[in-house]
Structures are given as C-alpha cells and as structure tokens.
Design a protein around this ligand. Sequence first.
Ligand SMILES: [Zn+2]
Length: 499
Amino acid sequence: MSWVFGLSPGTLKWYNIRQLILKCFLTLVILGFLGLPADPVFSSPGTMPGFSSHYLNSGIPGNTVLIVGGIQGDEPGGFNAASLIVTHYKIMSGAVRVVPNLNFPSIIKRSRGLHGDMNRKFDLLNSGDPEFNTIKRIKKMILEPAVDLVLNLHDGSGFYSKIHENKNRHPGRWGQCIIVDQEHMPDRFMEKKEKFFQLSRAAWKSADSVNISLLHPGHKFNVKNTKTAQGNREMAKTLTYFALKNNIPAFGIEASKSLSTAKRVYYHLLAVEAFFDQAGIKFSRRFSLTEASIKRAIDQDIEVALGDNRILLTVENVRNRLGFIPLEKEGKLAFQVNHPLMTLIQSGDVYNLFHGNRRLTRLSPQYFEYDFSLKSIGMVVDGESRKVFFGTSVPVKHRFLVNKVQDHRVNIIGFSKRTSQNKSVINESGFVVRKENFIQRFSIDKGGHIFRVEVYTSNRFNGMILVDFRPDRPGRPDQSGDMDLVFKPREKVTKVRFF
Ligand SMILES: [Zn+2]
C-alpha cells in the first residue's frame, strides 16, 4: 500500500506529534522514506495527537471536496471509508482532501470522544479545551477558499425513518441517511456555488443513487433534515453547521451501526461517490465495491518500518505477537507507517501496532547495538543475483540464498541447518532455502508465507530483510479489482518517528 501515496501528486502530512497514551510520551516526526532528508515537523512532547490530511489532486481544474472521517472514535465505517479513499482511489479530475482520522486518539481508544463529543465543539470552544487546536486546524481546512463541499462521515444508531416503525427504525435514529442542516443554503450563497444550493435536493440525489445498490431492502438511505437553524442547539455546534454558516455546503453521511464495518464502508463509499458525481469529480478505485473486496482492501499492503529503516514488517494478516524484534539499545525508537490509521503505541515492554481501533499485533523487542556500516546484502532469488537493502521485502517464488558476507552472520528465522556433527549452523548464509525448509510458526504472517532474514556482526544488528513467499503478494494486481490496476512502485511513504 505504500506506493499508493505516490499515486497522486498530493502529500501525506502528519500534522503533529502525538501523545497517544498518558503513560508514555510519544513524539512523531515526518521524514522522508528511504532515508530521504525531508523536512521534519517537530512538536513538543505532550501535545495532543494530530490528524493527517491527504490531498488527492488530479491537476485538472474542478471542484474540491473535503472528506472528514473519525470525528467520533467509535465509528469505524466512517474512518475506514475515508482511509480507503486515501489509499485506494485515484482522482482524475478536480480534487479531494481527506482527513480520515480527525479524532485519532479516540479512534485508538475505541472511545466516542476521550474529551467529550468533538462534533459539538464547532460553535464556541474554550481555548483550554484539549481539542482546541485540532478544532482550530480542521476549521481552517474547511474555510480554505478551494473547498466547495464538505462531507462528514459518521456511523449512526439504527435506521433513520420519517415514521416510527419499530424501536430501531424511527425519526430519532441516525443510521442510513444523509444529513442536511436545512433545506437549502442561505440565499447569499446563491451566485457562488449554485450546484449544492439545494442541500436537500442534492442529498436526495445521492441517497437515490445509493438506493440503487442496496445489499438489503432494509438498508434504504433517507435524508434527514435536522433543521438546525430552527433551534436545534446540539446540531448548531457541529462541523457541518459551521461549514454552512461559512457558506460551504456540507452533508453528514451516516451508515448504520447495526451493520458490519465492511457494510458501513460500502454505503459510505456509495454515498461519497454519488457526491463525487454531482461535483463532477472523476476517479478510479483499486477494488470493486463488494463486502469481500472492501474487507481485503482495508488491510492490504500495510507495513511498518522500524530500527532506522533497517526493519520492515508486512503486517497484512500479521500474527498476534512478534517476538525478538531487534531494536536499537538506548536508541531513539522510530517507526514509520504507510496507512493513515496505523500507529505504534508503547505499553510497558511491548509495542502495540494499531490499525484504527484494532490492535494488529504486539511487538516484543530485543535490544541490540546497531552496526550501520552495512546497508545491503547479496542474494540469489529464484536463480537471479540481486543486491537487497535492509528494511525491504523480497518476493520469492521457490528459493533463495544469502551470499556470504565476511565477518557477518546471517540468521534466517525459522530455518535451521545442522552440520555433519549434528550441530546447528550459526551462520546461515550460503544455503539454498525453500519455503518447506522453514518451521511455519516462525513466519510473521498467519498464512506462513513471510519470514525474517537477519544479519549481525558479532553481537551487533545490521538489518533485516523479509522473504515473502505469498503467491498473491503486493505488486500483483488485485484480481477482484475492477479498474486502474497498474502497479506503481513505491515512491514515498510517510515516516513517523517517536522518541
Ligand atoms: Zn458520528
């Protein structure tokens, strides 16, 4: 998935450094991947965790849509849908800005809001509020002159219905609808952005479009008008109403919390794409809109890099625990992720890797001194000689061999070779290794396909390489995808560090 960020001319920004749990102070910095000296963005430890912003610009003039996900941390349909737009969509005309993780700390903690409901902070807010800066930043993004339309993605309770049908389907519910604050924009708005002047009509247009592709008749989308200006005090404090007051048409999209996350994402994407159509934004998507493809796309090609880029872990279908990760003794622990919902959080002696509200794996480190003198090793992969850099993953079809490196020891985790005296071989370079030579439980993935090759100089760690025997490893087009399946090599991944 790393390459996805290279798809568009846009950039991935991690706005600031995050402190994700009170126990530890984690400071994150942006640097370029592959050791490129990008401008680091520093922030002092202890500041609130930030959200990331992704600009998908086609370069072809057109409308700009701002999409916000994760304003409430317990709504995975919304934040996963927004993330998929970042990682799996290509915008072909107009532009899309995405904030997929507005309330990131609450997402990680599976909380609606660690500091109260963030979607009630857009009217008046005390400068002492812990989320004051987050609100200030997102407000600024909403008010950028280029923004023509704002979509705020939510997961709502039950199913909204104009009439009372049952306890889960009535006018007080929120799921499966598009929210407008009023019938149409204020009259003063008329000349400027006529297209979405009729809020309700535009919402119905999108709802009707969603309703063509329902998975079940009971999932029908409606339009809910909160009539905010007529004394709806709660709604007057929301993000969409803030946008509207500032002459920017805004809609809430609510998928039902009664549905699975993949189904919620399905409806979110249908609705977002309907708004893209209305806004004249052309796009392509790297997967087909089915529940199975959505499920797969959410975790596809996700990676974390550690140890000064000398360790790369492919964490799609990763095991629940990974042990003996060789981290630098007394070094500043840094990591890098290639997905806006991923982060690493220290908890005692281990590091938990999160993808949104799910813990993917726990990493148990083993500390070493690092030797930075060696950057790559020679390998023969399926009969072909190659120079392989540490911190990368090598696709292998049948077999590989690591060339001998003077004074260095190669440790192929899960592979063991015995001497004629039945002693284990210490240095595993120079042997042809096939998948069946591995003990499966040493793979880093649950499928038993991806293994670690580590290089040491006496007791110092040089680096790790993954050998990936997956038949459908990244780089091969997703068979279930329906368009634009050209693989682009990795160009750029955001590097996120913490100290
Ligand atoms: Zn919500």
